[in-house]
Design a protein around this ligand. Structure first.
Ligand SMILES: Cc1ncc(C[n+]2csc(CCOP(=O)(O)OP(=O)(O)O)c2C)c(N)n1
Ligand SMILES: [Mg+2]
Length: 368
């Protein structure tokens, strides 16, 4: 009998929920919550994470420069959101699967996607999604929230196969208004699968601010109706993020069911290079948010804690800049795919109509 007996109840409260919030560092990098996680004084844990954030920012600048000079397609910047990728990816195991949206370069790079692959993707070359290292990670999902369903499906497969792996899905605040997001959460909880949903709440969905997006007090609470354990975290505080993502991913891995984390952050850049955010938000708002920059916050903490020197930092910056420049060079030196390749991957057996088009193209010697 699965139906709960309620006939004996009187009127009154039948359920109660709360949404927890975690922050360890204020925006000056001061510790505001103790005890810190055990690894918070370990440079071998924190410096690679800091480096990943810097690398992401250097990559971002290089990609924007390429786009502005006509050598990359429309591109979405993760400026201001770099802590999330570093925390999420470093909490995953290599055999987990990342199901990213389109601002997760830091997480992707940590997992082994190269900057050249990322540039190829944003340059319109499908080979950029054929990651050589995280072979089972999903490609970038431009469709908003549909990839949440994929994450639940992947997690379901892990459960069926009895594998201790986790599907980690990254999405935005706007994505949480969509039906596929709710459906994915509901199924993930009903099936008790190892899926973790990470919301980067950057306050904007293109030109729609959060208060027009939803009347919900938090986005984390959207998980409650589905029965998914959830929490909110300061998404510009690497230490808080790492602590909550690591716990959530571990819990999902060891059979405790899906988890959802809402990371509060801010999109400092335009939505994409096809957008001009000055048309719908004030410069003053953006300037104010710059003081929450996750890189500056971690930098102050690391310097104060003696885990980083200014000399280390300058070396790190130079190395990341060189890496980004090398990726740009490799990207620009990659010969484009032939036009013919568009016929190669869609069908196992090309229909006659497409075969004729392919042959006609070959006849024109467009691409050899
Ligand atoms: C299914 C779908 N509908 C609409 C769009 C157009 N679109 C692209 S990004 C975006 C806003 C997404 O906002 P959010 O989820 O907050 O992510 P952010 O861009 O802020 O990272 C929309 C509506 C889309 N890509 N896919
Ligand atoms: Mg958003």
């Amino acid at each position: 009998m699965h139906i709960k007996n309620y006939t004996h109840r009187h009127s009154g409260k039948v359920a109660q929920f709360e949404v927890r919030f975690t922050r360890y560092l204020d925006n000056k990098g001061n510790v505001v919550n103790t005890p810190l996680p055990s690894w918070a004084n370990k440079s071998d844990v924190l410096i690679p994470l800091y480096k990943n954030m810097i690398q992401t920012r250097k990559f971002d600048q290089a990609a924007l420069n390429l786009q502005r000079t006509g050598r990359l397609g429309t591109y979405a910047s993760p400026l201001g959101q770099e802590a999330i990728g570093a925390a999420v990816a470093s909490s995953m195991w290599a055999e987990d699967v990342l199901v990213p949206s389109y601002r997760e370069f830091g997480a992707q790079m940590w997992r082994g996607v190269t900057m050249t692959e990322l540039l190829l993707y944003w340059g319109g070359d499908e080979r950029g999604s054929d990651y050589q290292v995280p072979r089972e990670d999903f490609p970038v999902s431009i469709p908003v929230a549909s990839h949440c369903c994929h994450a639940t499906g992947v997690a379901y497969a892990f459960k069926l196969r009895k594998q201790k792996r986790v599907a980690v899905c990254c999405l935005g605040d706007g994505a949480t208004s969509k039906g596929d997001f709710y459906e994915s959460l509901n199924a993930a909880a009903a099936w008790h699968v190892p899926a973790v949903f990470i919301i980067s709440n950057n306050q904007w969905a293109i030109s729609i601010p959060l208060n027009k997006q939803t009347s919900a007090q938090t986005l984390a609470q959207k998980a409650i109706a589905a029965g998914v354990v959830n929490e909110q975290v300061d998404g510009n505080d690497l230490i808080a993020l790492r602590a909550v993502t690591e716990r959530a991913i571990d819990e999902a891995r060891f059979g405790e069911g899906p988890r959802l984390i809402e990371a509060l952050t801010y999109r400092l850049g335009d939505h994409t290079t096809a957008d001009d955010a000055s048309r719908y938000r004030s410069q003053a708002e953006v300037e104010e948010q710059r003081s929450n920059d996750p890189i500056l916050r971690l930098r102050s903490y690391l310097l104060n804690a003696g885990l980083l020197t200014e000399a280390d930092e300058s070396e790190l910056n130079q190395e990341c800049e060189r890496n980004a420049a090398a990726a740009v060079e490799q990207y620009l030196a990659t010969p484009p795919q032939t036009a013919r390749s568009m016929f190669d991957y869609l069908y196992a057996h090309l229909p006659d109509s497409l075969r004729r088009q392919r042959d006609a193209l070959a006849g024109q010697q467009c691409d050899g």
